[in-house]
Design a protein around this ligand. Structure first.
Ligand code: NAD
Ligand code: GLY
Length: 375
């Protein structure tokens, strides 16, 4: 942990390193955005991409932080409407055209200020603009802090499914300021706990137990400055960072981070995005843990603990009764994790350990087993 001056205050920051970039976590870290951008990307033009909810709250703070350190840099703010339904090729084209109209060259850095939707969309703009310009991720949701901003996956959705057009484009830096969680709705905060629970299941049983204990209180109030919440952000980032560092391009071990996501993405799509990403992933984890038990991969009781932790975070953990299981099964076929037509699942052996049978981190599952857990 280091203390760093920011304007007139000192903020306590924690740095978690991945190959090529650092994630800075700490209350007040947003004030360091200029200093961190200056040391990692020294651009002539910073284009802040944000949405209609986040920009009024935090964009000026980011502008000030950059202008303080880089007074000669050009600053622009590009706004998009909020929500998953806008993580599209159309918005990618609109942002790209706005950058071109502003005269942005390859000496431009994109600053993605918002939740995972902004991180994925602005990250994909940066990945493709003039064959790739840097992006600094400033996540403002719990989900984006612990997951979406770290690891370099960027994408937009298409009508056929989530994240089907995208690129690996690691950020130049990630700056996570848990104070920004104070303005998040409780529903969005709870959605972030789905990925937190996932990190415990896939990698760390002790962390899972700590999350289980802390989550009933944290999910009931917007404790932005809560020390336990800051610890959770930092530990989840450490877990994600260590997995990504071992396998950035998801050829092997990174597949464990997809626990809950094969069914989760399908359920999110079939819900017409009425379920939040974290809510759909929560249901997906509960069902995939049951699938793992059914297949004899997971120890008995694993699914019950996953469900209990999700319910403690006030997240849904059962298949939506209005949904048709066959629609969800069909939607899984568009998943990027499908190999040779077979849909693959990353499944737990027990809390803290994922299946790596025969050196593979995901398994093809017959349709009848999937339908059995959906029913
Ligand atoms: P989101 O980006 O839609 O943000 C949720 C809502 O909260 C939005 O309305 C937003 O405007 C608002 N908001 C954000 N920060 C706020 C703040 N501090 N105060 C007030 N309002 C705020 O949703 P999300 O859950 O952050 O991200 C979900 C997306 O992330 C999905 O598209 C998912 O596919 C993606 N994702 C990507 C990765 C990856 O590795 N790239 C990993 C996980 C999820
Ligand atoms: N959210 C899954 C991954 O980043 O690999």
């Amino acid at each position: 942990m280091t203390g760093a001056p920011s304007g007139n205050a000192t903020v306590e920051l924690r740095t978690i390193s991945l190959p090529g970039y650092d994630v800075t976590v700490g209350r007040g870290a947003l004030a360091m955005a200029g200093a961190i951008a200056a040391t990692t990307t020294r651009a002539h033009h910073y284009a802040i991409v944000s949405d209609e909810h986040v920009a009024p709250l935090y964009a000026q703070r980011v502008r000030d932080a950059v202008a303080r350190v880089l007074p000669d840099a050009k600053l622009t703010l590009l706004l998009v409407p909020a929500g998953e339904e806008h993580k599209t090729r159309e918005l990618w084209a609109q942002l790209t055209d706005q950058l071109l109209a502003s005269g942005a060259g390859r000496d431009t850095t994109v600053i993605a200020l918002g939740g995972g939707v902004i991180g994925d969309l602005a990250g994909f703009v940066a990945a493709t603009y003039m064959r790739g310009i840097p992006v600094v991720q400033l996540p403002t949701t719990l989900l984006a802090m612990v997951d979406a901003s770290v690891g370099g996956k960027t994408a937009v959705d298409t009508p056929a499914g989530k994240n089907l057009v995208g690129a690996f484009h690691p950020p130049a830096a990630v700056i996570a300021d848990p104070d920004t969680l104070g303005t998040l709705t409780l529903r969005e905060l709870r959605a972030g706990f789905a990925e937190v629970v996932k990190h415990g299941v896939v990698a760390d049983a002790v962390y899972f137990a700590n999350v289980e204990a802390a989550v009933p209180r944290l999910a009931a109030e917007r404790g932005a400055g809560d020390a336990a919440l800051v610890e959770i952000v930092a530990r989840s980032v450490e877990i994600k960072a260590s997995v990504v560092a071992a396998d950035e391009r998801e050829n092997g071990q990174r597949k464990i981070l997809n626990f809950g996501h094969t069914l989760g993405h399908a359920i999110e799509l079939v819900s017409g995005y009425r379920l939040l990403h974290g809510e759909a992933v929560a249901i997906g984890m509960a069902l995939e843990a049951r699938l793992a038990e059914r297949l004899g991969i997971a120890a008995g009781g694993t699914a019950a603990r996953v469900v209990a932790a999700l319910e403690a975070a006030m997240l849904p953990a059962t298949f939506p009764h209005r949904m048709d299981p066959r629609d969800v099964l069909e939607a899984t076929r568009a998943d990027k994790k499908a190999r040779g037509g077979a849909v693959e699942y990353a499944l737990p052996v027990r809390i803290g350990e994922m299946s790596a049978q025969a050196g593979r981190w995901s398994v093809a599952v017959p349709d009848e087993d999937v339908l059995a857990v959906l029913d």
